[in-house]
Design a protein around this ligand. Structure first.
Ligand code: ZN
Length: 321
């Protein structure tokens, strides 16, 4: 089978305080913490993975929390909005919840026949909730704090801010085989496959904007799904042939990754669906304890002693009636 991009695999961002990040994404937004591990390149800091109830690719938002990190600046060459999909009719619940938790928000407003609200996480990372027909109600986290009829089902889309447009558009359509599906002003919407939530990317062309600076409160990179190692090798060959400076395959334990920078400056990754998050702990207990790759296990006591303490129970409250 020829290689395909299946949608967004994960988005990785930078945070400041890990507890604040956990309380917001697991406790407030109701995502499941699907993996509690460390940054393999900097094992004395966490790497937190949030997702749906099963940790499916296409629902995974990950963070490197660096306490005291410099604050970043959103701008061109970045993913400036990460949008989650919620069921139609769920926005009234969310506007009430945001208000009750004193989280400022904008909207709801219309975009491409859908209703959107926008807000920021505690570090300033820009987020959206997009209400639309539900493609995966089974994906909500059953044991999470949000009733399933309102729960986040994974990504809706990501917005890339770009100074220029043509070369990014060409990469998306000619190489990665996205289709331009809608356009509104300076916003161009692309999709792969049937265009369901999680397979959509918006390119917003802002030639007057300044370049972003990646630090706390900004996205570090966006990863696209590919089915397996064979397709990833084919992607690697094709992207290298087009002159992109692409990394070799890197083993991220839960997926295998290749990275390259798209023409507008956003760091792209292509990640395999397998082996997934149940490779080192059972589905029922994903995210409930610190897991380390084999090569760091011998340093566990040292690593645990240097990681900031976090309380998972505060981030994972039981569902309130
Ligand atoms: Zn990644």
């Amino acid at each position: 089978m020829s290689k395909e991009i299946l949608g967004i695999h994960h988005i990785t961002a930078i945070a400041d305080d890990p507890q604040q990040n956990l309380d917001f994404y697991a406790g407030f937004l109701g995502l499941r913490l699907v993996k509690l591990t460390v940054n393999y390149d900097d094992p004395q800091t966490y790497h937190l993975y949030y997702g749906d109830g099963q940790g499916n690719p296409g629902t995974i938002l990950t963070f490197f929390p660096w306490p005291g990190a410099m604050k970043g600046r959103q701008g061109n060459g970045q993913v400036t909005y990460t949008a989650f999909s919620v069921p139609e009719g769920a926005l009234a619940y969310w506007t009430k919840r945001l208000t009750e938790h004193s989280v400022e928000f904008e909207g709801p407003y219309n975009r491409f026949q859908e209703r959107v609200i926008a807000f920021s996480d505690p570090d300033g990372l820009r987020l959206e909730l997009v209400a639309g027909p539900s493609f995966g109600p089974e994906k909500g986290w059953q044991a999470g704090p949000i009733p399933l009829e309102y729960a986040i089902h994974g990504f809706h889309s990501a917005t890339l801010a770009e100074e220029g447009y043509e070369r990014t558009a060409s990469l998306l359509t000619d190489t990665l085989r996205f289709r331009l599906v809608q356009q509104e002003g300076n916003r161009f919407r692309y999709a792969v496959g049937p265009g369901e939530p999680g397979s959509v990317v918006d390119v917003v062309c802002t030639p007057d904007g300044s370049m972003g600076r990646v630090a706390a409160g900004t996205v570090h990179h966006i990863a696209w799904r590919t089915a397996d190692d064979q397709q990833q090798r084919e992607w690697h060959t094709e992207i290298a042939r087009q002159g992109y400076n692409i990394t070799p395959v890197i083993d991220r334990k839960y997926f295998h990754s290749i990275y390259f920078r798209e023409p507008g400056g956003v760091l792209f990754e292509i990640a395999t669906d397998p082996p997934g998050f149940t490779v080192d702990e059972p589905l029922e207990s994903l995210g409930t304890k610190l897991v380390l790759p084999d090569w760091l296990e011998s340093q566990r006591s040292h690593i645990e002693a240097h990681l900031p303490p976090i309380r998972l129970s505060k981030a994972n409250p039981a569902r309130s009636a």
